[in-house]
Design a protein around this ligand. Sequence first.
Ligand code: ADP
Ligand code: MG
Length: 257
Amino acid sequence: MSKIIAIANQKGGVGKTTTSVNLAACLASLGKKVLLIDIDPQGNTTSGLGINKADVNNCIYDVLINDVSPREAMFETSVPGLTVIPATIQLAGAEIELVPTISRELRLKKSLQQVKDDFDYVLIDCPPSLGILTINSLTAADSVIIPIQCEYYALEGLSQLLNTVRLVQKHLNTSLQIEGVLLTMLDARTNLGIQVIEEVKKYFQQKVYQTIIPRNVRLSEAPSHGQAIITYDSRSKGAEVYLELAKEVIMYEQAAR
Ligand code: ADP
Ligand code: MG
């Protein structure tokens, strides 16, 4: 059985891409077959895994708009078991091009039906907006992981995100669940971080992952080397915590069965 998880938060810079890339790579390193879909026109997941956008013939845009099979848009990465469907700047046009099409919210879901059973996990790295690309992702997904940055305005904007989740549950995908809330970029030297953790836990309770991602320079360096943290620096704190998160994700799934 495969599980499709969207990584979403309309705020930029909260750790969606870092989490998508590194959770996907860690799940793969634990023996899972993982498909990672970049659905952000910025394509940071794509370049962060060392894919040169000039080499991309078919990207997620072609899957959504031109009915290209997802298989024809897949790239194998240097991490065994991790496959990527890239995004290029072409995807920026999709927001507008999808507007007049029939069942535009269901495009990704329909395409993924052809391939999802080939994978244990399909992760989708969403753009920093609640537009049609994020709606497609939430409609295709079984669940959503919400990364929250441990900073002062952490909870700001979350009600909009949760409202969108509820609307998708009501109209497009009744089985969509919140997989978990992930606290990211904790600076352990400040009290503020601790306060944010308490506030987020009060709000989301047991939905908050026990694993908390600290600030770690190696995590921010890895994308410029086109690598996930486990291949860039397997002994770093960043590699350790994302591996922990992957184990937690697998554990919750086993417990739910
Ligand atoms: P988003 O996809 O939500 O916009 P990113 O994952 O791209 O966020 O993260 C924003 C920036 O913060 C990037 O430059 C990234 O390298 C950096 N970053 C993310 N997580 C961490 C972390 N735990 N420690 C240090 N830097 C991080
Ligand atoms: Mg991103």
